[in-house]
Structures are given as structure tokens and as C-alpha cells.
Design a protein around this ligand. Structure first.
Ligand SMILES: Cc1cc2nc3c(=O)[nH]c(=O)nc-3n(C[C@H](O)[C@H](O)[C@H](O)COP(=O)(O)OP(=O)(O)OC[C@H]3O[C@@H](n4cnc5c(N)ncnc54)[C@H](O)[C@@H]3O)c2cc1C
Length: 638
């Protein structure tokens, strides 16, 4: 006789999806085990903050383990128990000119792959630009907190515009779950701002609906920009600035303070005014029905003869880099939920069944890897906006997230930055270095003057107070060939295969037209605000190709014009186990339940059929609430 499952539910991953699911299930009396691959012993914010302050390279991953940030052989991914993608490796990409010389050479890729946790096929066009974290609390440790609902059309792209694919659910079906997600995260926003966008976004709120907290006010530069672009139209629609709903306290709530204006939301909010999933994880554990095992890396799932998942195999490890001891263990639950995010969930499924994979009758598992492709437009405004203060971004241009133009090009939203050119050009460091050393990498010191004292202070004040950066989050078309598989020859410190990625952008004309539109909109806006183009000799190229930093980019021709742009990752990783209408076209159904394994649920943005125009996490949370009802219902019948 088979042993009865130890738990009602086993959840893999203690990020926002896993934590919300655990809290919801335990709230209804279910016994839950969470297996989390990373540690939580340094969960105290100060030690992470200290790691960031002392890190040589101040990158989004810098505060978090493993503390590997460059070419340190001691910390190569084959020596780490839970390596994850590193921003440092994106910077290590050779740049477009050098990359062209590789010409698909596998040997060149192998040399790069050795140091990188994400490895690449020789047909890849550029590295996948986004990262994630592997520790209790997951990637919300370093998310920005933008918490927008998706638009009505986002769910119906095929039927409304003849592009991409439809979701098997509609926006109105998610209204209540969005409200639960906003409550759980503690979103600060004003319904009035969102209602103003109704004609474009189809957003509706019940009479009397209020966000959990009032909005965080716009910054000086946001107000300046908002006023100046009033009346501008692009693609026959108004350009309008709106306060962005944010997962960040605007008042004291849940034992956490209001935002104090630290501009380091990414990578870490030093006072936890910004929500992260440790908040929900602790709530779940306080029910005494949730047990969390950390440093427990799930390797594969066991499948019984009727297709039900009967065991979750994991490695419980201890020790330190390059010297781990791991014990193989198995947990079982009536229901199993993978919430390990869009790359690691795929890996677990592919590693199952003797590395032949499970849950892939549709052939879609690992495919359709997407991100919001970030196109940065940046310049010096003719007015002082005083950036580098307040949350990294508190407002955006949302009015172009939808419209008839989606029949021919992908849409975007514009995140308006509060941190000058920090993301775009590593400023204020780069320009300061230029002014002191007489160089001109920032293009702000064409005379290559060497300044000091009062002259230096005046020049810095002139430049830093007027830096403006727009980030267009371009919707990327899902493509089968953008795909995650398992590396055959590269492993991590526990001898588990690293992800292998095939990734390109230029295969989608629809996406490229969205990028071109972002450039054109930047021209329009910068003309109106009288911004000096950052690079006057690159009239069509604000997103300057920074050859010396080797930052990744693409080249393409559109309507007879050549384009060469840098692209950045948004941290939004989606599509790799998409939901759909049948088991032939997708991996999970509209409740996030696997078509092939009835007691297996897959959570997170991997279920998104399209990446849409909104940041993903509020929708991840809403879909988790929806899935939790289905899990509770299944528990009664299993
Ligand atoms: C720089 C940056 C900024 C962002 N800003 C925003 C934003 O403003 N708005 C927004 O909506 N989104 C944003 N995001 C995205 C957001 O952080 C993610 O969408 C979200 O955190 C994903 O939640 P998740 O629970 O699905 O996955 P995660 O938070 O990644 O959690 C997955 C968990 O699974 C664990 N795990 C992985 N593998 C295994 C395994 N084999 N066994 C056991 N456990 C495992 C991991 O350790 C991790 O704890 C940002 C991301 C980045 C990188």
C-alpha cells in the first residue's frame, strides 16, 4: 500500500506566488510544506544592505547571495549550490561588434557559458537580459514595486487585434483577485488616476473601491514632464503622465514604515517600506500549519501510473561554496505546486522522468520566453527636475498601453525614472569621472576639460539636476524558438544542469516596430521639453550604443532605415509554461493547473501567454489567488 502523503500541499519556492498560496491554503486549514532552494539566515535587511554597500560592483543582485559578481573563479556557477543569473554576466557580453565576429561559433559561446549561470546556444542573438533571486522572499527582494493591473485588451490580443494569442481568462474575471492582490501587497494608488485611463485600459473598479493606501505623490521632475507633455499625441492618442500604483507604503502599515524617499528600491529598500514576499511568508508561517525548509533544492517530480505527482525530490544542502554536502530527500503532498519562477520551474519539469521531462505534451514547455524589452531614452532637460531622490520611479505614461496601433506594432508603457541616468549610463559616476579626468564617455564633456573645486561642483549641478530618463517597456511577441532547455555539459555546484537559452528579438517584426515607435515617441517628447539630446550625433539613437561597456544590443532594418539600439531587461520573465484553452496549445489551464497532471499547479509569470503591457507581479498574485480556490476545491475531492 502506498504511504499517504505527508502534507496536503507541497509548494516549491518561497517567492510571492509560493507565499500567497501557502497563506491562503493554511488560512483554510491545509497543512503545507514549502521547499525553498535558497537561505533565509541573512534575512535581516541590514546585512543585505551592508553587502550592497561593500560590493565592488553596485548591481541589482549585489546585496544577495551567492556573492559572486565577476570573474572570481572561487564563485563560478559550477561551485555554487543555488546560482542565479547575474547582471554582471550581461555586462560581460562582448557587445554587438565583437559578437558579430563570433558568427555562431560554439567555442566562443562555450567560453562565455562557463562563467554564466544562464548558458546559451550558438544561435542566440543576445543574452536574456533579466535576472531573479533564489532566497526566501524570492525576487521581490529587489523588485521596484510597480503594481499595475493589465488592460482589458491584454487578455484578448488575437480576437481584438489579430496579433499574439488570447488568454483563457478575461480582465473582469480577475477584478476580485486583483483587489485581493492589492490588499495583500499593500498598494499605494489613487483610483481616480486609474479611472482617468479607463477609455484606454478598460480598467473598472467597483463603486467606492479604494486602494489600501493613498498614492505616493509625483516627484518634481515628474510634475514638470507631465505638465510639459500635456496636449502631445502619438499614434493619435494623448500622452498622459499618471501616478503609478506602487507596492510601497505611503503610510505606516503592517508594522512597516512609510516610504522615506530612499532611491535604492532596486536593489533593496533599507527600511522595508517596499513590500516583499517575506511579509506574506511570515504571515503564512504564523498559522503554524506551514513549514518552510530552506536550502532545499527541488530536483524533479515523481509521477504515478495515473499521472498524479507522487513525490517531490530535493537536495537538502549545507556547507559553503565549492564544498557542499547534500542529502537526497523526498516529500509528498496530495497536491504539488511549483512556484520557482519562469526558469527554475521549467528546469524541475525537464529534469523529471529521468531528464526526459514531464508536462510537455503540448511541446510548449520552456518555449515563448519573454521579457519587457527596455528601450531607454535619455537626455538633459532644459529644466531642473532634481532626480536621484524618492522611489526610483513613481509615475509613468500609461495612455499608450492600448489602442488600434496594436494591430501593427507592439505596445509599451513608459516608466519615468527618478534616478537620472543611473540605469542608462551609470551616472552620476560616469559624468563625474569625465569632469575630473578630462574624458568624455558621458558625452557631457566634449571639451574634455579637467575640473575641480567650484567649477567641478557647478558642472555637476548643471548636469545631475537635469538628467531625465524614460524607459519604454516594449511588449515582446511570444516565439517558440525563444526557449529554455537543460545544458548537457554545464552544471551547478549540486551537479544539476544549468538552463540553456536560445534567445532573439529581431525575429519579430511586430516587436521591432514597437521599439521603433519608442524611438519616435522619444523624439517627440524631447523636442517638446527642449531636452538636449544626449548624443546629438545619434539623432535616432538616444538609446546610445555604448561600445566601451559592451552592453548588449541589436541591429535591424525597418522600412529602409537601419537601427542599432541597446536593450535592457525589465526583470519580467514570462511565458515558459503558458496557460491556454486546451492541452494541445498550452501547459496549464486558466486555474494554473497542469493539463497532464491533475494534482500539479504551476504558478508565476511562466503561465502568461503574452507578457502584456503591465509589470507582472500584481497579476502573478491575482492568478495565485484564483489558483488557490481551485486547489482548495481539489483538496476536497482527492
Ligand atoms: C530588477 C527587477 C525589478 C522588478 N520590478 C518589478 C516591478 O516593479 N513590478 C513588477 O510587477 N515586477 C517586477 N519585477 C519582477 C518580480 O520581481 C517578479 O515577477 C516576482 O518576484 C516573481 O515572483 P515569483 O514568486 O513568481 O518568483 P520568485 O520571487 O523568483 O520566487 C521563486 C522562488 O523559488 C525558489 N526556487 C527556485 N528554484 C528552486 C528549486 N529548484 N527548489 C526550491 N526552490 C526554488 C527561489 O529561491 C525563489 O525564492 C522585477 C524584477 C527584477 C529582477
Amino acid at each position: 500500500m502506498a504511504a499517504s502523503p505527508q502534507y496536503d500541499v507541497v509548494i516549491v519556492g518561497a517567492g510571492i506566488a509560493g507565499a500567497i498560496m501557502a497563506k491562503e491554503l493554511a488560512g483554510k486549514g491545509a497543512r503545507v510544506l514549502i521547499l525553498e532552494s535558497g537561505p533565509r539566515d541573512r534575512e535581516d535587511r541590514k546585512s543585505f544592505h551592508d553587502s550592497y554597500l561593500t560590493a565592488m560592483a553596485k548591481l541589482p543582485n549585489s546585496p544577495y547571495p551567492p556573492y559572486w559578481h565577476g570573474n572570481d573563479p572561487k564563485h563560478e556557477p559550477n561551485k555554487e549550490a543555488v546560482p542565479r543569473p547575474m547582471t554582471a554576466m550581461t555586462f560581460a557580453w562582448p557587445g554587438l561588434e565583437e559578437f558579430k565576429k563570433w558568427n555562431g561559433s560554439q567555442a566562443k559561446f562555450d567560453a562565455f557559458n562557463k562563467q554564466s549561470y544562464l548558458t546559451y546556444t550558438a544561435t542566440t542573438e543576445l543574452p536574456f537580459l533579466s535576472t531573479y533571486e533564489r532566497l526566501a522572499g524570492g525576487t521581490t527582494w529587489h523588485w521596484l514595486g510597480t503594481a499595475l493591473r493589465f488592460t482589458e485588451s491584454d487578455f484578448r490580443m488575437r480576437s481584438k487585434y489579430g496579433q499574439l494569442v488570447d488568454w483563457p481568462i478575461t480582465l473582469p474575471e480577475l477584478y476580485d483577485d486583483y483587489a485581493s492582490a492589492e490588499e495583500m501587497i499593500g498598494v499605494s494608488a489613487d483610483v481616480g488616476d486609474q479611472r482617468a485611463l479607463e477609455p484606454y485600459l478598460g480598467a473598472q473598479f467597483p463603486e467606492g473601491y479604494e486602494y489600501p493606501m493613498k498614492r505616493i505623490p509625483m516627484s518634481v521632475s515628474d510634475n514638470l514632464l507631465g505638465d510639459t507633455i500635456k496636449g502631445l499625441q502619438f499614434d493619435r492618442q494623448d500622452l498622459e503622465m499618471t501616478c503609478t500604483p506602487q507596492g510601497r507604503n505611503s503610510e505606516y502599515r503592517d508594522g512597516r514604515p512609510a516610504c522615506q524617499g530612499n532611491s535604492s528600491c532596486i536593489p533593496i529598500c533599507p527600511i522595508q517600506a517596499k513590500y516583499d514576499a517575506t511579509v506574506t511568508l511570515r504571515d503564512a508561517e504564523s498559522t503554524n500549519l506551514v513549514t518552510t525548509l530552506t536550502k532545499a533544492v527541488v530536483t524533479d517530480l515523481e509521477v504515478g501510473p495515473n499521472g498524479l505527482i507522487t513525490g517531490v525530490n530535493f537536495l537538502q544542502y549545507s556547507g559553503d561554496v565549492g564544498n557542499y554536502q547534500a542529502q537526497r530527500k523526498t516529500a509528498s503532498g496530495k497536491i504539488v505546486i511549483l512556484a520557482a519562477h519562469a526558469v527554475e520551474t521549467v528546469k524541475i519539469l525537464l529534469m523529471s522522468n529521468g531528464r526526459r521531462g514531464i508536462a510537455n505534451a503540448s511541446g510548449q514547455l520552456g518555449c515563448n520566453l519573454m521579457d519587457h524589452l527596455c528601450y531607454l531614452g535619455y537626455g538633459l532637460s532644459n529644466q531642473q527636475g532634481f532626480p536621484y531622490r524618492g522611489p526610483r520611479s513613481g509615475s509613468g505614461i500609461e495612455s499608450l498601453r492600448d489602442g488600434p496601433f496594436r494591430k501593427r506594432r507592439s505596445a509599451w508603457r513608459v516608466d519615468v525614472g527618478n534616478v537620472g541616468w543611473q540605469w542608462a549610463d551609470d551616472d552620476p559616476t560616469r559624468s563625474t569621472h569625465d569632469f575630473i579626468s578630462g574624458e568624455n564617455k558621458s558625452c557631457l564633456n566634449p571639451g574634455q576639460e579637467k575640473l575641480f573645486g567650484k567649477a567641478l561642483a557647478e558642472r555637476l549641478n548643471m548636469a545631475n539636476t537635469r538628467m531625465l530618463r524614460l524607459c519604454y517597456l516594449v511588449e515582446q511577441e511570444p516565439q517558440q524558438s525563444n526557449r529554455i532547455t537543460l545544458s548537457k555539459n554545464l552544471f551547478d555546484g549540486l551537479r544539476l544542469p544549468r538552463p540553456e537559452i536560445n534567445y532573439s528579438v529581431t525575429g519579430s517584426e511586430y516587436t521591432l516596430r514597437g521599439i521603433v515607435a519608442a524611438q519616435q515617441a522619444t523624439d517627440l517628447i524631447f523636442d517638446k521639453i527642449g531636452a538636449n539630446r544626449h548624443f546629438p550625433d545619434h539623432r535616432q539613437n538616444y538609446s546610445h550604443f555604448i561600445n566601451d561597456s559592451g552592453y548588449p544590443g541589436i541591429e535591424f532594418t525597418m522600412d529602409g532605415k537601419n537601427y542599432k539600439v541597446n536593450l535592457y531587461g525589465a526583470g519580467h520573465i514570462a511565458g515558459t509554461y503558458r496557460m491556454g484553452f486546451t492541452g494541445h496549445d498550452s501547459v496549464v489551464d486558466s486555474n494554473s493547473r497542469c493539463w497532464e497532471h491533475k494534482n500539479l499547479y504551476l504558478l508565476g509569470s511562466g503561465t502568461f501567454p503574452t507578457i502584456t503591457t503591465g509589470n507582472p507581479t500584481l497579476t502573478i498574485a491575482a492568478l495565485t489567488f484564483r489558483a488557490s480556490r481551485s486547489v482548495l476545491n481539489d483538496l476536497q475531492h482527492l
